[in-house]
Ligand binder design. Sequence first.
Ligand code: UD1
Length: 369
Amino acid sequence: MRVVLTGGGTGGHIYPAVAIARHCEAESTSNAFLYIGSEKGLESRLVPQENLPFESIDITGFRRKLSLDNVKTIMRFFKGVTRSKKLLSQFKPDIVIGTGGYVCGPVVYAAAKLGIPTMIHEQNAIPGLTNQFLSRYADSVAVSFEGSERSFPKAKRVLYTGNPRATTVQSANRERGFASLGIPMDSKIVLITGGSRGAKAINQAMIGMAEKLGSLEDVHFVYVTGELYFEDTREAVRSKLGTMPNHLHIVPYVNNMPEVLAATSLIVNRAGASFLAEITSLGIPSVLIPSPNVTNNHQEANARQLEEAGASRMILEKDLNADTLFQRITEIMKNPELQLAMSKASKQLGKPDSAAVIVEEIHRLITRP
Ligand SMILES: CC(=O)N[C@H]1[C@@H](OP(=O)(O)OP(=O)(O)OC[C@H]2O[C@@H](n3ccc(=O)[nH]c3=O)[C@H](O)[C@@H]2O)O[C@H](CO)[C@@H](O)[C@@H]1O
């Protein structure tokens, strides 16, 4: 099978594409892949690290307001279609799969125009702009939440698959998660992240509560700051505490996130959909702080699904500070029964067979008459 993957901007769009590639690879080592992304997106760094061949096209996103920039965006879109057609004609894929983000637009559109089977995957409960546009052209639309099929009324075929990252994390090695952070396996890990790019508001709360963390025995805190905020956050914590305590680990980014998640007892996070698929697949309790700066406030919609099921406690960003965050964390970490109940509720939402369902659909699309 020859597969083109496209998707990007942030980790939440990239890792599902990588997960699909990994599952196809596990089926047959002779399958070949090409990832088409944007040089400006996180994919230009992450995809080569995942050992997948990478080609780029130049693209920017639409502004929702009337803006002259949108004229340039339309011109770039059509240039992107031309470049995509060239790349697709060279690679000759059996299928093109888009996992969201602006870069998917010209690639999947070009594939549909060339008559190549296409599939798009939507991670969120409320679909992104690009996937909404592409749903008219794609042969198949895969959704991550049961019930969100109706968000794509113009699609030829929509099916509930879940997010393939839910499958990836199932086989992650917990011991390696502890070892990579230098944390003993009899400790508990509270992982705090702001999504794939980090979040300033969460970093501020992390800095503010750093001096209280020692009060929770045998708990190690892993702060994932995002590349952009790493130096400032680490320095702010260090100057506040005068030293870096053993139970506090500050890192810019985690490359082996599935392993670290497998070792995690509680996660504090934004409510990006790929992370949520991972934590529900593993049954990790969570404190979610949805980003208020996303299209249609979709992270809050994602977070509500977990909160209503009892898998998570939500803090809206307007209520976030060091005290509210620390209080939520201690409330859960000091109550093993609550942890267990949240963990069970979380696991019930998980869909660990997602990648297999998607790959079955790929085979169906490729072999149809
Ligand atoms: C601001 C923004 O637009 N956010 C969107 C973006 O979030 P974002 O890119 O933050 O995506 P998610 O939170 O869904 O997923 C992040 C992914 O990156 C991985 N990871 C993250 C940090 C790290 O250090 N290492 C690592 O490997 C996680 O394991 C996960 O697979 O895409 C999501 C999926 O469409 C959306 O729901 C989010 O609303």
